[in-house]
Design a protein around this ligand. Sequence first.
Ligand code: GDP
Length: 320
Amino acid sequence: MVRDTNPATLRAVSDPSTESPRAGRVTILGRPNVGKSTLLNALVGQTLAIATPRPGTTRSNLLGVHMRKDPPTQIAFVDTPGVGRAQTALHRVLVEQAEASVADVDAVVLLLSAPDCRGADLPPADQGAFALAMSTGRPIVLALNKVDRVKDKEQLLPLLDTVGKRPEFSAIVPISATKGTNLDALVSELRNFLPEGLAYDEDFLTDRPERYFVRELVREAAIRHTREEVPYGVAVLLDEYSTTGDRTHIEATVVVEKESHKKIVVGAGGSMIRTIGTEARKAIETFVGRKVVLKLWVKVVEGWTEDPRKVRELALGENE
Ligand code: GDP
């Protein structure tokens, strides 16, 4: 459950640990598909960010708070859209979002995909994210993700040896976000850069309202069932969101950018949109902890990913 609370609330420490409490903000930067959303979910202990095998799924910055008691630590992690080449208005807005995420951070996690690290330097595809991390002027912890997929761990030695010595990086930690490997080590490294004190109520989880997650869960279901260029142009708008008794009524429109995409999303005799609806409803019920009645429509907004105004409205939900 998502609870609103005042992030500025300072709490007394009940933990008898001798180490002083620390809290701060850390942004997770990396190119698309390195595992940023998966890492945020693993650190927060709940699925907040939709993580799919399709690159470019994350559209706006999402904050999730990692809390631990021993030693008392609160880290507000910000998952960002991947930093890659900006070809369309949608891409440009995604890069802007990642750039905005670095304001006021205490440290940065630069996430790489370990299976792609074969030499002694950062792979060329990660240079954009590295440049953004450097622009913050904050300590950078390099996390090599997906180590579970690296059979021959010696493959990583040249990178660990050379990059580990570079002054730009405060630490380098091999991790697996899906298996949870070494996440404690990553948090311990980041803790060193946080100011003293606690910043969040104990049940604070995220800065987003429930409606945001509902839209994202419908979008995730639509992405999972479509391929090629269809997922990139999917957006979701909530038309109705109300709770009576123990039931939440939701009406949402799945927006696509071409008539041909609409045919795919609707499917033969409406079969696909029914499948998407059933999957999304179950995910939303788990998330909100109530019964859900979900109605979905599909609408074409021709070429919306090329129009900056429509991108803000549809991808960031700015008019909601
Ligand atoms: P993002 O675009 O950087 O946010 O990447 P996602 O979190 O959406 O992850 C992209 C894909 O990589 C998904 O299919 C994840 O399941 C997968 N993935 C993420 N972390 C790991 C990991 O530690 N190990 C493996 N094997 N796969 C991972």
